[in-house]
Ligand binder design. Sequence first.
Ligand SMILES: Cc1cc2nc3c(=O)[nH]c(=O)nc-3n(C[C@H](O)[C@H](O)[C@H](O)COP(=O)(O)OP(=O)(O)OC[C@H]3O[C@@H](n4cnc5c(N)ncnc54)[C@H](O)[C@@H]3O)c2cc1C
Length: 398
Amino acid sequence: MTQRAKIAIIGAGIGGLTAAIALLRRGFDVTVFEQAPVLAEVGAGLQLSANATRVLDAIGVLDAVVAVSSQLDGKEIRLWNTGQTWKLFDLGTESVERYGFPYVTLHRADLHNILIDQVRALAPDAIVLNSKLVELAQDSTGVDLSFENGSSARADLVIGADGVHSTVRQHLFGAGPAHFMGIVAWRGVIPAERLPARLVRQVGSNWVGPGGHIVHYPLRGGELMNISSVVERKDWQVESWSFAGTNAEYHADYPGWHEDIQTYIEAIPQPFKWALMGRPPMTEWTRGRITLLGDACHPMLPFLAQGAAMAIEDGLILARALEANSSFPDAFQAYEAARIERTTKVVNGAADNATRFHNPALAHAEGAAAYVDREWQPDLVRQRYEWLFRYDATAIQV
Ligand SMILES: Cc1cc2nc3c(=O)[nH]c(=O)nc-3n(C[C@H](O)[C@H](O)[C@H](O)COP(=O)(O)OP(=O)(O)OC[C@H]3O[C@@H](n4cnc5c(N)ncnc54)[C@H](O)[C@@H]3O)c2cc1C
């Protein structure tokens, strides 16, 4: 592809910004159109495994990311009522030794700010705010974009990085099926001083129980604790990250759970809740001059902590494909060939974890311990994670 190609990216989320940096570093002319009037991320944490931090290194932001991250000593499974604990795997130096790159947890806003700064360092005016895409039309030489604010633009190629409710996907492939999973999620970020010191550990914990699970891990070196959890519940179906709930309602979703869980829930300054929607994986992402990346084409349940990681991998591989191929149809084909199988496996793997984490076998102490011993045997855990963490987006054939 000629490096002079004008590429419009719709959406300045984690995937769109990663793609922008990778393309700008290869000399492409990139504009990112973002609907929000100001760039701001929701208050929530993110775990990034070695497959993602490897990409952040390749686009030149890993040092900045590590500086604002926590590096966990390890991960553990805990039983919802007794608190019995199983070590899942070591992280810290082990992730670097095994995969060459760290496993980090960080605040979404910190990652977002680093990516924005890097885009602007490469092209100061590349991000255009207050630009909600409402229509697009392609012809034989380019794509016309129309925005809600009345402005328009033309590009040679368009990347829809506009998230789970993607306008670009809808334009290319129609609305697509989404079904309520019967699962409600909660999230909150807790300042460490609101918790007893013993509850602020450099460990990622996953409490599993019948009908729900709860994950917590530190952010900003332990200044904050991130908590996110889900519960099987049918009465709430709003798919928005920013709907405020109450601590009382949060407690009511976890009756009988361990006192540490009740302490975390009580300490959340403002909990948020939303409904989880499932969508079958797509088998194609491209039409002509327009393609998709990230949640726009493979939204997933958050049970493998890989949604942002997949958007990050997509961004680099799409840029590499556009650089390596002499025409855009070949580049988009190579991108899809490199990505659809892997992201489909991740979408399905995340859905499998719903039944594993919430299994009815966890209800009674004896059966529960046997169930955890069986499901989290070291070789099964390796099977579930090794292929994910080892993937090298900098070298995969495009
Ligand atoms: C509870 C929870 C926990 C998670 N934890 C993890 C984790 O630990 N690790 C991990 O890897 N992933 C995690 N994820 C998944 C991750 O958050 C997403 O997969 C990731 O944010 C997707 O990035 P994206 O860039 O594709 O989309 P988004 O981050 O949604 O960005 C889309 C952008 O497009 C903009 N936009 C939308 N429509 C338009 C339009 N019409 N015009 C212009 N702009 C538009 C939006 O404003 C937004 O800025 C989690 C998700 C949830 C729900």
